[in-house]
Design a protein around this ligand. Structure first.
Ligand code: TRP
Length: 330
């Protein structure tokens, strides 16, 4: 069934291998089977106070990377959040029925309070309301979310349900998580534990050059080597195998798995091979990123057409919502 899907990405930092294999690659199929809205969440990005001189460049970079990965603006609606001011109106309206208590109890908010006690702004508090507005303004049924966004989606459902209840309507659908069928792949970082992240300094970015990738992979954490036959690999080594499984040929994985089992493995060889196989995946993307970044006319057209399509959908919702709330023309 053709469903409406909304997905946003904050315009902070470049995309890494984890973003690609964990989400973006799955979006390529999803966009063909659904009515997809993909946007750059550049209002959300303001919670961390980016410098005016950096804001546009960050947005442009993430947009180019999305497109380079195969997000297709001819099929999906690709736009910049701040080009659709209707979303801020819905955000304001939803804020009237969002309670400070429930917002304060959000895990992501509590984490921010702990980590950045000097910047607990109201935008952070109401982050889930803006996210809900992003989603329900297109009356989405599905949202592809990772673990860290599940609670936000739950709150979106709550705000949609609450609006319907208050006004006695069946207007907003309650969106569900998009189900990719098989389990999503979690790409670990190169630092031995945990997943690849933007801020952890353990990532390989799609825009990294081959030299940078070789350097990062050669420095990845391993161990002192297996000491007994068929020993279970330590976590850092298992992590390198996990990455290898997504970028390398199965025969390569088999070769190094056997070398590990027989204690003959040389991690230097494994890393050399892994680096080349990663480069094989990322280098065509990196080249496309650079081509797209240098084609401002193309980017301007994508953004203009995307905004037009997104605003068409958003302004219809706002018109109807205002009417439901009771606004009337004189
Ligand atoms: N909060 C999401 C994140 O940090 C980004 C986001 C903003 C989003 N609005 C959204 C995701 C709407 C899905 C739908 O990753």
């Amino acid at each position: 069934m053709m469903e409406t899907v909304v997905s946003g990405i904050r315009s902070t930092g470049n995309l890494h291998l984890g973003n690609y294999f964990g989400a973006l690659k799955n979006f390529l199929k999803m966009q063909k089977e659904n009515n997809c809205f993909f946007f750059i969440a550049d209002y959300h990005a303001l919670t961390t106070h980016p410098k005016p001189g950096d804001l546009h460049g960050n947005i442009k970079q993430v947009l180019a990377e999305y497109l380079a990965c195969g997000i297709d603006p001819e099929i999906a609606t690709v736009f910049i959040q701040s080009d659709v001011p209707e979303v801020t109106e819905l955000y304001l309206l939803l804020n009237m029925n969002a309670y400070v208590g429930e917002l304060e109890r959000t895990t992501s908010f509590k984490e921010k309070v702990r980590k950045y006690p000097d910047n607990i702004n109201a935008g952070l508090l109401t982050y889930p309301v803006l996210m809900a507005a992003d989603i329900i303004i297109h009356k989405a049924n599905k949202v592809p979310v990772g673990k860290d966004q599940e609670q936000h989606l739950e709150m979106t459902r709550k705000f949609a349900r609450r609006f319907n209840m208050i006004y006695g309507v069946d207007y907003f659908p309650e969106p569900d998580a998009y189900n990719f069928g098989r389990k999503l792949i979690k790409i670990p970082g190169l630092d031995g534990s945990g997943k690849m992240g933007k801020s952890e300094g353990n990532g390989i970015f799609l825009s990294d050059t081959p030299q940078e990738i070789r350097k990062k992979v050669m420095r990845a954490v391993t161990d002192t080597g297996p000491t007994a036959r068929n020993q279970v690999p330590s976590e850092p080594v298992k992590n390198l195998f996990t990455i290898m499984k997504v970028v390398s040929d199965p025969s390569t994985v088999k070769y190094f798995t056997e070398k590990h089992a027989s204690c003959e493995i040389r991690y230097g060889d494994l890393k050399k091979q892994l680096a080349e196989d990663i480069i094989n995946v990322t280098d065509p993307i990196r080249k496309r990123i650079n081509d797209i970044l240098s084609d401002n006319k193309y980017l301007a057209r994508v953004v203009r057409e995307g905004a037009e399509k997104a605003r068409m959908s958003a302004s219809k919702t706002i018109r109807e919502v205002r009417e439901i709330i009771g606004y009337k023309p004189f």
